[in-house]
Write a protein that binds this ligand. Sequence first.
Ligand code: TYM
Length: 343
Amino acid sequence: MNRPIVFSGAQPTGQLTLGNYLGALRQWTAMQNDHDCIFCVVDLHALTVRQDPALFREKILDLAALFLACGIDPQKSTIFIQSHVPAHAELAWLLSTFTMMGELDRMTQFKDKSRSHAHNINAGLFTYPVLMAADILLYGTHKVPVGEDQKQHLELARDVAVRFNGLHGKVFVVPEPLVTGGGAARIKDLQEPTKKMSKSAEADLAKVMILDEPDAILKKFKKAMTDGLGIIRNNEASQPGVVNLLNIWRAARGASMEEALKHFSHNQYGRLKVETAEAVIALLEPVRRRFQELRADPTELEGILARGAETAMVRAEVMMERVLTALGLPLHGQRFRRARGDS
Ligand code: TYM
């Protein structure tokens, strides 16, 4: 059991997009055989934006079902809901005392979110990366597969780990980012292809959701923003829309950029759009079917999540005992007996 430990998570804020699938989930499932993987629905993170409680509960379960539908196998990996393991929030507090205001102030996601949620710039939005550092450091994680947009947060997690270790001895593993696959890590908005495809984008046509029906996928690609140049090249600066479609096509087909350019050397945007849509539909159709099965059977899903939380909790407690000890906090008599294997 000396496989490298992998941790990653996604927020249950609306459905996941094709960007999340290609940039994250597909890489996660590929890592399960040779890594010790922990995948988390990070519901506490999503509270930094207002949620309707009844809808939120469903979104959390939807996301867990989607993880499984995308191929996360609970026999191989630990899959759980963040709020089921209280040590995440506890460690976040401890790490916040090792995180500098200036560091958090530099986070581009905070700046973006403060603009898009100007009426609710809560302290959680600011300290969000500390909770993310806690998620990762709690499990002695070696590698964190993420899309490019999360790299800055990961660097902060590394800095916090190094700072803590420098003061208190080698408690945390310093995690490595694993920014997922080239172009696929940067799937762009279909309407504004200079921006990443985000699940929070307002326009429906801007994003392909993993659970979209085939007709909807085709329509979105047909309406994707391109340009008037009439040539299919890999020039992101002048043709971001075309390059995005090429990236999506090749990520869905497992092809290189060279192969994509050869395949589309006819320079017909209409065919590029339709073939990209077809490749995406073929990729997502089995995921949608499995998701529907899982959501139709709440007992199976709840059982998987309960077992995942149990495993995660025991593992998290091992780290919490080390952290509390390193900081000089007196240990609660009963707390760590189970994690130590004492009955
Ligand atoms: P989130 O929920 O926004 O996205 C989940 C994962 O999907 C990646 N991603 C993308 N990749 C490529 N192209 C895109 N357009 C695209 N959009 C999203 C993200 O980079 C991410 O890997 N803060 C994290 C969640 C989190 C986390 C963690 C991740 C909390 N704790 C610990 C890793 C480890 C977030 O908001 O991801």
